[in-house]
Design a protein around this ligand. Structure first.
Ligand SMILES: *Cc1c(COP(=O)(O)O)cnc(C)c1O
Length: 395
């Protein structure tokens, strides 16, 4: 998948972007596990502090060569001018909102969002005077009418958790722009391999790098990509909230990003095989997977996604207890929250991500007691299918 002849392809950029050969010849950016950096002269220190020169200074400020190398790679993968790395995905979400809104201002949240984001918007931010109005994913047409003079930002995910509903990114970005609002997407589920929202007009893209970008369930981190002038106010909050990624984690994440296109291609293939198997299984009443979507969603997916991702949700005609029994019979899939790692995971949204939600609210979002969410890993697809087949055998 190479772009214009003068732009290296995504796999080449995943390996090389951000890495500058260091003086000793280290093949990738070394780990500068330092809190602070020394200067020859006070004048040199002032050059960095007063912004005349970029350079290492103090790690919490982001002025650390290992973090800078990671951020250059992250920016490149999403086609952003710049990127910020964070200690967690939620740090990226919270600093983005705090950097761009003040007390009395509002967020418009379109479609389903991650549970932690929902809590931030409905519990934490109202204490600071920042409130959120929620629209369903199919209510983009109401965006202008729902915006007030105090509305600043439109926030959304696509595909969303756990129904893998898809939002028309270009349409939403255009509607936000027309209403004078900043648009922010959480691109965690799609990854930059399957979808680049900045190319569809979104202002800022963020990730829980804990998931596919890290990819091995061994780190927690976040990322934000976009134009430098929109990142600057966010960097200011990241600095003073202490949300900086640790250099060791930054190096581990950069290591993972070098294999991101290879991993995501295999996640896509494995999930497609599992989704196809589930769609043909007599006990499965519904499979949510972008690759199986029909109707108007199909055209949107084909326009904005290059691959369909590693997340698959299935629905059984069963109670929560009967569904738990199926999950408990899985051997290869681990019962665990999170996603995007090399290992396959299974959860019931009613027992994990949406446990605290009122049953009526869950039903309105299409989350039934019989739903199981799968994060499809990098195992052999035949083994994953065999495990699901034995777990689904009626008792
Ligand atoms: C996990 C997740 C987050 C939060 O990320 P952390 O790294 O756990 O802070 C945000 N958005 C989505 C879609 C996620 O899956």
């Amino acid at each position: 998948m190479s772009e214009a002849a003068d732009t290296p392809g995504l796999s080449t950029r995943s390996v090389h972007a951000g890495d500058r050969r260091d003086p000793l010849g280290a093949i990738h950016a070394p780990i500068y596990n330092q809190s602070t950096f020394a200067f020859e002269r006070t004048a040199d220190l002032l050059d960095v502090i007063e912004g005349r020169r970029d350079g290492p200074l103090y790690t919490r400020y982001g002025a650390n060569p290992t973090v800078a190398a990671l951020e250059a790679k992250l920016a490149d993968l999403e086609g952003g001018q710049a990127a910020l790395a964070f200690s967690a995905g939620m740090a990226a979400v919270s600093a983005t909102v705090l950097g761009h809104l003040r007390a009395g201002e509002q967020i418009l949240c379109v479609g389903d969002v991650y549970g932690g984001t929902y809590e931030l918007f409905t519990e934490n931010l109202p204490r600071l005077g920042i409130t959120t109005t929620f629209l369903r994913a199919d209510e983009i047409a109401r965006l202008g009418a729902s915006s007030t003079p105090a509305t600043r930002l439109v926030y959304f995910e696509s595909p969303s958790n756990p129904t893998l509903a898809v939002v028309d990114i270009a349409a939403l970005a255009a509607a936000a722009r027309a209403a004078g609002l900043l648009s922010v997407i959480d691109n965690t589920f799609a990854t930059p391999v399957n979808q680049n929202p900045l190319a569809h007009g979104v202002d800022l893209v963020l990730h829980s790098a804990t998931k596919y970008l890290g990819g091995h369930s061994d780190l927690v981190a976040g990322a934000l990509m976009g134009p430098a002038d929109l990142l600057a106010p966010v960097a200011y909050w990241r600095k003073n909230l202490g949300q900086m990624i640790a250099p060791e984690v930054a190096a581990l994440l950069a290591r993972s990003l070098r294999s991101l296109p290879v991993r995501v291609a295999r996640h896509n293939d494995n999930a497609a095989a599992v989704a196809e198997f589930l769609a043909g299984h007599p006990r499965v009443v519904r499979v949510h997977y972008p690759g199986l979507a029909t109707g108007p969603e199909r055209a949107v997916i084909d326009r904005q996604m290059r691959g369909h991702g590693g997340m698959v949700s299935l629905v059984l005609d069963a109670t929560a207890e009967q569904t738990a029994a199926v999950v408990d019979r899985l051997r290869l899939f681990a019962i665990a929250g999170s996603l995007g790692g090399v290992e396959s995971l299974a959860t019931q949204p009613v027992t994990t991500s949406h446990h605290g939600m009122a049953p009526a609210e869950r039903a309105a979002r299409g989350i039934s007691d019989g739903m199981i969410r799968l994060s499809i890993g990098l195992e052999d697809p035949a083994d994953l299918i065999a495990d699901l087949a034995q777990a689904l055998k009626a008792h």
